[in-house]
Ligand binder design. Structure first.
Ligand SMILES: [Zn+2]
Length: 158
């Protein structure tokens, strides 16, 4: 199907309230190993600056961060790192969303997995497009037809 090969755009939603937190247009790092996505920009996410937390143990030992909370339901959706060990410094300043706290909706999912209604819509759109093309084709034919007799007349003169 047309468009299947284009890059899939995703919308990230809070699992608690389905509020949209961000989208793949600002996705910078997709760290599935640690189940997180780092985004440049987010929406409806609050950084709880009152408390700086420190990671203990692991590769991020000593890293300082603030919790990221969903503005609507206050669910903890990830971290905003303030200070990081060099191995994971790339994450600094990014909104690191916890994959377990978000739902991912891929644009186009409805038309792929949806019922016939969606497919019909798509068919209708294709039909509509075909009609436009046909209409244009007719117009072009008319335009060409308008110039064709001239050519014929020229031909007749000879
Ligand atoms: Zn929420």
């Amino acid at each position: 199907m047309v468009g299947a090969q284009t890059r899939t755009l995703c919308v990230y939603q809070c699992v608690g309230c389905r509020e949209i937190l961000g989208d793949s247009l600002t996705l910078t790092i997709s760290d599935t190993e640690n189940r997180r996505l780092a985004l440049k920009r987010v929406s409806s996410v609050e950084i709880s600056v009152q408390q700086v937390k420190i990671v203990k143990g692991g590769v991020e030992d000593g890293a300082a961060y603030n919790d990221l909370k969903c503005k609507r339901c206050s669910l903890n959706v990830g971290k905003m790192y303030l200070k990081l060990p060099t191995e994971v410094e790339l994450l600094k300043g990014l909104y690191s969303l916890d994959l377990d706290a978000i739902q991912i909706y891929r644009l186009g999912d409805a038309s792929r997995e949806g019922g016939e209604g969606h497919l019909l819509d798509q068919d209708n759109m294709i039909t509509a497009l075909q009609m436009v093309v046909l209409a244009l084709d007719k117009r072009i034919s008319k335009l060409e037809g308008g110039s064709a007799p001239k050519k014929q007349k020229v031909g007749e003169k000879h």
